[in-house]
Design a protein around this ligand. Structure first.
Ligand SMILES: *Cc1c(COP(=O)(O)O)cnc(C)c1O
Length: 228
């Protein structure tokens, strides 16, 4: 039977292999365990297997889980990776450590205003839409620099990087081409003088390609927890 501890080992081995292929240090890639739709006890099991960073997509589900795992609160880093509506920013600002899906100024301003004073600044990534699909959330690469500058000036946010969710494909060449566009958007911001240390891209199906294209944070669900 596949346990979460086994799956974690397998995923870490995949990360190590992909890193060694491209001459990267394995600790240059952070593993975010995407626990959406799985119960709090599954997160607890992963925690006991050594995992500390968890990503959630749905605000209410996440808040319930964070409450159920209150005893671990100061040892777990909670990342919001789902689309964020403005009427949900307050509860996100109050309960999460990171938000990967900042894609417009209004959301960023609300998160900054609503981040409680007793907590450290909220760590954020700007979500970019490099595939040009109108239905996808994310700032257009052409808008990312202006948004990044504005986010940098918000007192209760700490801009960390860029996140993207390329259209799923099993074709490795296509995966790499899509991921490279995200890398290009990330590099463009850095070249413009924005300090960033996080490139959040790569999931269960494209982890290796993402590492080859420079990802520093993989968001992995299925390969750790099974099918949803
Ligand atoms: C669900 C989800 C993931 C994880 O996807 P898997 O294919 O299960 O690894 C990563 N990122 C985002 C934004 C997601 O919504």
């Amino acid at each position: 039977m596949a346990t979460i501890a086994n799956n974690l080992q397998l995923v870490r081995a995949r990360i190590n292999q992909a890193c060694s292929r491209v001459g990267r240090a394995p600790d240059s890639v952070t593993l975010l365990a995407v626990s959406k739709t799985f119960p709090a006890e599954t997160v607890r099991e992963a925690f006991h297997a050594g995992q500390r960073k968890f990503g959630e997509n749905y605000v209410q589900e996440a808040i319930d889980k964070i409450a159920a795992l209150a005893d671990l609160r100061d040892q777990i880093e909670w990342h919001m990776i789902g689309p964020l509506q403005s009427n949900k920013t307050r509860v996100v600002a109050e309960h999460f450590d990171w938000v990967h899906t900042v894609d417009r100024l209004k959301i960023a301003q609300r998160l900054s205003e609503q981040r409680p004073a007793h907590l450290p600044p909220l760590q954020v990534c700007i979500q970019v839409n490099t595939s040009g699909e109108a239905s996808k959330s994310g700032a257009a690469p052409s808008e990312a620099l202006e948004l990044a500058r504005a986010v940098m000036n918000l007192p209760r946010l700490k801009l960390r990087g860029v996140m993207a969710l390329p259209a799923p494909t099993t074709d490795p060449a296509l995966q790499k081409a899509e991921l490279r566009k995200v890398r290009v958007a990330f590099d463009a911001l850095r070249l413009a003088g924005i300090q960033l240390d996080t490139l959040s891209m790569g999931m269960s199906g494209d982890m290796e390609a993402a590492i080859e294209e420079g990802s520093s944070m993989l968001r992995v669900g299925t390969a750790l927890f099974g099918n949803r």
